[in-house]
Every structure is written in structure tokens, then in C-alpha cells.
Design a protein around this ligand. Structure first.
Ligand code: OGA
Ligand code: FE2
Length: 412
């Protein structure tokens, strides 16, 4: 409905819906009340329009028919496009589209320098612990990645097997040392047959690799320290202000903002890095978690909002290795070594330079036909390049969504 002030349309809708006492619609109206001052272009699977779509989806051009809440994504339009948003009353922030495949956005001063310091102090007071990836924590079962099916593992297949099983990224020279130390490669041909594989137990191999990690932690896919901040536990005005900005920026229903509201503060020291990954679980074996349960399921993160908290002296860019790569294919990418940002950051197609208070955000999933969680966007492969001088602090806020819309939209 071009030219119609959607705030007033929304108020009428809320009024009618309140009369029907529908919790779902009331939730939607509640969500909308946090974003009314922003006139950016958000889309919900092809439904374009200025404002309102999270409350009423449907017809081309915006709010016409009543519907249940839909997810929305900010439309990047084109690289260099700037959209304004009032995240703090009386202050306009600028959102710049910095990439289109995937759509990546930056807001230069999302947090003030004082707010950044405040968050760093909060994290230091809580204390940080070594970051682990889901691969490090899951039950271990090693798959031998015999990619060409010849019942043997060559150097490349062994490297991929160790990456897949332990989240550790070794060089050929490390693998040769491993063969020597564990006396595996009996004829020295750098090819491991079934018989040679049987010379070690899984436990023996695992212990050996954990020794490597201890001596050379930079070989891990993720080398950093972190802590989780729970807004309801810390009672902190900067954390509350951050939550409010996330709601305004994302224009997603408030229950999605409130559930899983905790965020991560991460510190990378020298050589700290995080190899390329997707922030949302893309396993086909597990269902996305309902927001109220986290057992035997994967957390699906619709949106990632990252904020850089300090000035990094050198390195520490956030790299998107396959951005804009028209011929991307998962297998070729994984085999290329480019996942290993510790070595191959310079090859990344797109990267974002840290700057204190700058936010970078993107959507890990598309929106499906029903206006809810769609497929993962494979182009969102990303990670943190090694910090070569100084340290790097970031905060990571994810907005998780499950396939159960009604459950996700129910109040806490
Ligand atoms: C993450 C991440 C990138 C960076 O923590 O999930 O992708 O630049 N970090 O640190
Ligand atoms: Fe990430």
C-alpha cells in the first residue's frame, strides 16, 4: 500500500486483532512497535514494502491482508546503498550494504567507544574461557574420508579426515610427522591402507592430535577465548540498550529477540583466528531446535549481528571466502584449503575490517514461502582472519529461529 502510513494501518490491525484476542497477532503488533521510526526496505520472501510486513504480509507493495508474523530481511538493494535508521531516539545511524552475495551490511557506530569498553570490562569481570567449536564438543566418531573410494587414504584424504574428525587443520609436514611418530606408514608411500590404519586405535590417534593442539593451538579451527552474557542475569544498561538496538535493526518479532537473548564476547590474542564456517547448523541429520529446548537438535541462527569492540593493530578481518563466487560448490571449496583462514585469508573474496563500535550483520538463512525459516545461504561461509598484532574483541549476537513458528512467537 504505497503512500499509506503503515503505523496507523498497523494500529487498526492491532485493534481488530486485540478484539479477537489472538496472541499471535498481538505478538506481531508488539514487535512492530519497536521499529516504527525506521523506514528502510525489508523483504519477506518477495513481499516488499516500507514497514509493516512482519505484522501483515501478502500482497505486492506491503500491508494489505492480515497474516501471521513473517520473518523479514533488510534489502541490500546494491553495494554502496545507504539506509538510515533511528536506533537511538534522536540519532540516525547509517546502514551500508557492503556486499550482495551474500548480503552483508555495516553500521559504523552501532556502539559508542564507551559502550565497547563497558562490554569488554563486563566480559573480563565474568572471566573468559577457551572457545570450542561444536565439532570439538560432539561425540567423537571418526569418518575416514576416502573421497575417491580406493579404500586407501592419500595425504589429502588424511588431512580432510583429521579436519572433519577433530577440527584441526594440519599441513602435510605435520601428517608426515604423525605417520612417523605413530609408525603408521610402514612402506613410506604416504598412502594409508586399511591395514596401516589398523596400526593405531582411534584413542591413540585422538590423544596424539590433542597433544598437537596443546603444543600448537593455532592449528585448531578456532583459537580464541570467550564468555556468554545473559541480559536477564547482568541487569546492565548497555546490554539493555544493545538488545533494544537489535530489535529495532532486525525488525523481527520481539519473542525472537527475547528468547536466546544471550550473546558471546570473544577475545582473540596474537594468532587468534576462526576458520571459515556457517553460523547456523547445516546438518541434514538434525532438526532445528525449538527455542525452548536444545536437546538433539541444532541451533538455527537466522541472523548474525557482530560488533567489533576494539582497534585491532593488525589483521583480524572477518573474511567471506566465497562471497560473489558464481561457481561455488561445497566440495570444491572444502577441498581447496580455503576453509583454513589461518593460512588462506588473503584469498578470501570479501572481508570486513574491524573498527571499534562497527557492526557487521548478515542473514544465514533465506525466508521460505510461508515467511519463515528457509534454507541456509551457502554464501555466508565466513570466519576471522588471524590477528597478527595486538588483540581483537568482538561480540556476537545471533537470532535463532526454529521451524515451529507458533512456539517461537509465544512469549517467554
Ligand atoms: C564467529 C565469527 C568472525 C570474526 O565468532 O562466529 O564468525 O571476525 N567471528 O571474529
Ligand atoms: Fe561466525
Amino acid at each position: 500500500m504505497a503512500g499509506v502510513d503503515w503505523v496507523s494501518v498497523n494500529s487498526i490491525v492491532c485493534f481488530i486483532l486485540a478484539a479477537f484476542n489472538s496472541w499471535l497477532f498481538l505478538q506481531a503488533c508488539y514487535g512492530i512497535s519497536h521499529v516504527e521510526e525506521h523506514k528502510g526496505l525489508y523483504k519477506s520472501n518477495g513481499v516488499k514494502g516500507v514497514g509493516g510486513e512482519t505484522c501483515v504480509g501478502g500482497a505486492e507493495g506491503g500491508c494489505q491482508e492480515m497474516d501471521i508474523p513473517r520473518l523479514v530481511r533488510l534489502d541490500g538493494v546494491k553495494v554502496g546503498h545507504i539506509q538510515e535508521i533511528e536506533l537511538i531516539p534522536g540519532k540516525i545511524h547509517k546502514i551500508e550494504t557492503v556486499n550482495m552475495k551474500p548480503e552483508i551490511f555495516e553500521i559504523p557506530d552501532f556502539l559508542s567507544k564507551e559502550e565497547c569498553l563497558h562490554i569488554i570490562n563486563l566480559a573480563e569481570e565474568q572471566g573468559l574461557e577457551v572457545s570450542q567449536t561444536h565439532l570439538e564438543t560432539k561425540d567423537k566418531k571418526m569418518r575416514l574420508l576416502d573421497l575417491n573410494g580406493d579404500k586407501m587414504l592419500d595425504m589429502f584424504e588424511m588431512r580432510r579426515t583429521i579436519e572433519d574428525g577433530f577440527d584441526v587443520y594440519l599441513e602435510d609436514v605435520d601428517i608426515r610427522t604423525l605417520y612417523d611418530d605413530l609408525d603408521m606408514d610402514t612402506n613410506g608411500d604416504e598412502i594409508i591402507t586399511n591395514q596401516e590404519m589398523n596400526r593405531v586405535t582411534f584413542r591413540g590417534l585422538s590423544e596424539y592430535i590433542h597433544q598437537i593442539i596443546k603444543a600448537q593451538p593455532t592449528k585448531k579451527s578456532r583459537y580464541s577465548e570467550q564468555t556468554w552474557v545473559y541480559p536477564d542475569r547482568v541487569q546492565d544498561h548497555v546490554v539493555d540498550a544493545f538488545q533494544d538496538r537489535i530489535a529495532k535493526l532486525s525488525r523481527l518479532p520481539q519473542p525472537l529477540i527475547d528468547k536466546f537473548s544471550f550473546f558471546q564476547v570473544v577475545r582473540y590474542g596474537k594468532h587468534g583466528h576462526y576458520n571459515a564456517h556457517h553460523d547456523s547448523g547445516n546438518s541434514t541429520e538434525l532438526q532445528c531446535c525449538h527455542l525452548s529446548s536444545t536437546k538433539n537438535c541444532r541451533i538455527c541462527r537466522f541472523m548474525t549481528i557482530m560488533v567489533y569492540l576494539n582497534e585491532v593493530e593488525e589483521g583480524g578481518e572477518t573474511a567471506f571466502p566465497i562471497a560473489n563466487n558464481e561457481t561455488y560448490d561445497d566440495h570444491t571449496f572444502r577441498s581447496s584449503g580455503q576453509v583454513n583462514l589461518n593460512n588462506n585469508c588473503a584469498k578470501a573474496n570479501f572481508s570486513v575490517t574491524p573498527s571499534p563500535g562497527k557492526s557487521v550483520f548478515w542473514y544465514n538463512h533465506f525466508i521460505n514461502e510461508d515467511g519463515w525459516l528457509g534454507n541456509i545461504d551457502p554464501y555466508t561461509w565466513h570466519g576471522g582472519c588471524p590477528v597478527t598484532k595486538g588483540s581483537k574483541w568482538i561480540m556476537n549476537r545471533w537470532i535463532a529461529v526454529s521451524p515451529d513458528r507458533e512456539m517461537d512467537l509465544s512469549p517467554l
